[in-house]
Design a protein around this ligand. Structure first.
Ligand SMILES: [Zn+2]
Length: 134
């Protein structure tokens, strides 16, 4: 009998702890819910690099966009390299559009800030004005 009582008390304690965790998680993730990923639009504040990222989802969204930016720069740099190989020249393309990557004009912009990448045809270096560390 004593074991059974202890067993049922443990179950209730477990349920209470689980409920507290769920409530705490709801508060944590629900914070600033209006800026969550469900309501993200193109002109959302989340895309503005200067705005504060208050939600965990907002931060991870920006992290994903920053990774996308890094990947774009890598792809463009590879595109420059293969353009030079196919053209049989050591000179860099005059414009990134000459690369023929088959992408829209938006591809040459940072996905986080929307600012155009800077490209120097003399050096062939492509940089993001927002992510100078890439
Ligand atoms: Zn960027």
């Amino acid at each position: 009998m004593k074991l059974n009582n202890r067993g049922s008390w443990s179950l209730i304690a477990l349920l209470v702890v689980a409920a507290i965790i769920i409530i705490a998680a709801a508060f944590y993730f629900g914070q600033g819910g209006t800026t969550g990923p469900v309501t993200v639009k193109k002109d959302s504040k989340l895309l503005d690099s200067k705005s504060k990222k208050e939600t965990v989802f907002g931060q991870s969204l920006d992290t994903a966009k920053a990774a996308d930016c890094s990947e774009r720069l890598r792809q463009i740099t590879m595109g420059i390299r293969s353009w030079k190989a196919s053209e049989g020249t050591e000179a860099n393309p005059k414009s990134l559009r000459d690369l023929g990557l088959g992408v829209g004009a938006d591809y040459f912009k940072c996905p986080v800030s929307g600012k155009d990448y800077t490209y120097d045809p003399a050096t062939g270096v492509v940089k993001c004005p927002t992510h100078s560390n890439f």
